[in-house]
Ligand binder design. Structure first.
Ligand code: ADP
Length: 591
């Protein structure tokens, strides 16, 4: 019989769970004969060849365990790796052990007295050639393997530069005899295994790093490509090494047409403009940001762009090129221009409006001064005209020389002259009020009496209307300018008469309310549309309806009313319904 092992294929690995124990006779001779040595070498080469094809740690373990066990006639074999904390071994792969056996071995602390832990801890092979040795050195472990009839164990440290990374273990169903050559063979096998596993680990780490780098690059590419801003990277000779879709679009060529080509070759004009910037970045190593340029694009459309140039570095090495970030601000610029244009036209419109307003104000001033001059000039001849007419009327009446027709004519003359005087008075007052020149002289007066007096006077001149006057709680004392108060109620009453038909009733009602005196003058006339109410008291405002136009007037009466009432610390209000009538109410503070 050849020494341990029993020769290639001599002992297939019997499954331990079978419990079969082969009868092996211990070998006296401790050296291999040349034939066996040659066979061993070729086996080792076979394993080496298989290892070079194995890519993962598991596959390597499989090759080493399978090949090794076969050669040395082991019944089972395993590879266990040292955990990162170097406190325990974890089985990477095993062959020839039952599930049950493996369960208790899943993690083997280095402190446990078993051959595998010892080999890992000591960094030395542990070879237990026979059962008695096993029982002596590892009594507990020996007992636990009783059931499987384990006779011998070999545990080999997997070492890389003196550092233990794991163990390779074999168990035998028969005693073994390990000579110097066997030992060398086993150490070689363990060394091959350790190196192959390390290589696989490195390859795997490298592969993972490559995959991660690829993923990161793909992600970056996607982001860069989808970015709404243009980006490119150029080498030191200003050849495009990367360009995104947006910048390629702006350039008017697909990205692929750029790669590897010089900017000066693709865009001679543009490159002339940009190259000084790129050179500056390369020389200084500092970025140049937000350079604004306006130039026609490939379609001749004027574009405004903001370009930033960055140095591109890889680690500490010299600059490898220049990166460009291009922001197309054409739309923003257009929006800005448009905004400026709108601002300018708005300003022009405002100036125009101001000029128009100034013109209107000037026209109003001219109108007012003309009216007040005209009214002033008319006042004197009109007063004399009225005086003469009244004198004539009196004289002719005394001489009894006035027939009915002449009396009516004279009456018309005096009545119209009075109306004209009233109108001119209002116009002049309006002008004075406007310029703040209307003086009022306030004294205590009884509004009730005043209103009754006015009603009685008016009734005589307006026989077509019925005037009803009711006064409550006399005296209704206020502090006021008698002539101006008279003007207020006369204006309101004359409007009530003007804007209502003959045969209707006009009501005058004076009373107290709290600390105020209220005087209302209500008619059953044409009424005032709601939209006109707000402007009713403006100077020269007249309601623009055919009914109003049929009545003569200049729109000053109510303005004068409001101003006088306000000068007395009072208020005037109106309630009206078209076709039903209007009521004007004056409120003045009671004494
Ligand atoms: P006007 O000389 O036109 O009567 P006012 O200033 O007295 O001027 O009145 C302004 C406008 O108010 C009038 O033109 C008229 O349209 C309206 N108005 C005033 N009083 C009445 C009223 N009692 N009934 C209907 N409309 C009235």
């Amino acid at each position: 019989m050849p020494p341990f092992p029993l020769g290639p294929g001599a002992l297939p690995i019997p499954p331990e769970r079978d419990g079969r124990v082969g009868e092996v006779q211990l070998q006296e001779r401790r050296h291999l004969d040349p034939e066996a040595a040659a066979a061993r070498l070729s086996q080792l080469l076979r394993i080496t060849a298989a290892l070079s094809r194995a890519l993962t740690a598991e596959r390597i373990a499989e090759v080493v365990i399978g090949g090794g066990a076969e050669i040395i006639g082991a019944r089972g074999g395993l590879v266990a790796m040292l955990d990162p904390g170097e406190e325990a071994l974890a089985i990477l792969l095993s062959q020839g052990y039952s599930e049950e056996a493996l369960r208790s071995w899943r993690r083997i602390p280095l402190t446990v007295p078993v051959p595998l832990a010892d080999a890992a801890r000591l960094g030395e092979p542990v070879i237990v050639e026979r059962r008695e040795q096993l029982e002596l050195r590892y009594p507990t472990f020996a007992r636990s393997t009783n059931h499987y009839g384990t006779q011998a164990w070999i545990a080999l440290p997997l070492t890389l530069d003196t550092k233990v990374i794991g163990v390779l273990g074999f168990s035998f169903a028969q005693p073994i005899l390990v000579g110097a050559e066997e030992r060398t063979f086993l150490m070689t096998l363990a060394g091959l295994c350790a190196q192959a596993i390390e290589r696989a680990r490195l390859t795997e780490a490298e592969h993972k790093a490559l995959v991660a780098a690829d993923e990161a690059l793909a992600l970056l590419d996607t982001v860069i490509d989808a970015a709404p801003i243009g980006m490119a990277v150029m080498d030191r000779e200003f050849r495009y090494t990367r360009i995104n879709r947006r910048l390629a679009e702006l350039n008017g060529r697909p990205p692929a047409e750029h790669l590897g080509r010089k900017a000066s070759e693709l865009y001679p004009q543009g490159a002339q403009r940009w190259e000084p910037y790129w050179r500056q970045v390369l020389t200084t190593g500092r970025p140049l940001v937000d350079v604004e340029i306006s130039a026609p694009d490939h379609q001749g459309v004027l574009r405004h762009v903001l370009v930033s140039h960055y140095p591109v570095r890889v680690g500490d090495r010299p600059l490898v090129g220049v990166g460009m970030v291009v922001l197309d601000i054409t739309d923003r610029k257009h929006a800005e221009d448009e905004r400026q244009r709108l601002l300018a036209s708005e300003q022009a419109a405002r100036q125009q409006a101001q000029a128009a307003q100034a013109q209107a104000e000037e026209a109003l001033q001219i109108r007012d001064s003309f009216l007040s001059v005209a009214a002033h000039e008319l006042k004197t001849p009109l007063t004399s005209l009225l005086g003469q007419a009244q004198l004539l009327e009196r004289r002719l009446t005394q001489a009894d020389n006035l027939n009915e027709a002449n009396r009516r004519s004279l009456h018309v003359v005096t009545a119209q002259a009075r109306r004209l005087r009233h109108l001119i008075g209002d116009l002049l007052d309006g002008a004075h009020l406007q310029s703040g020149q209307l003086a009022i002289d306030r004294r205590p007066l009884d509004l009730g009496r005043l209103v009754r007096q006015i009603a009685e006077d008016q009734q005589a001149t307006a026989p077509g209307h019925t005037l009803i006057c009711s006064i409550e709680g006399e005296p209704l004392s206020v502090r006021g300018d008698l002539a101006r108060m008279e003007q207020v109620f006369q204006n309101l009453l004359s409007n009530a008469l003007k804007y209502s038909s003959r045969g209707t009733t006009i009501t005058l009602h004076a009373r107290r309310q709290g600390d105020q005196v209220l005087v209302s003058i209500g008619d059953q006339g044409i009424g005032i549309p709601p939209e006109a109410l707000q402007r009713l008291f403006e100077r020269f405002y007249r309601v623009n309806t055919p009914e109003t136009r049929a009545v003569s007037g200049v729109g000053v009466g109510l303005y004068v009313v409001r101003e006088i009432v306000q000068l007395h610390g009072g208020l005037v209000q109106v309630q009206s319904e078209v076709g039903v009538g209007s009521t004007f109410t004056v409120a003045l503070p009671l004494i």
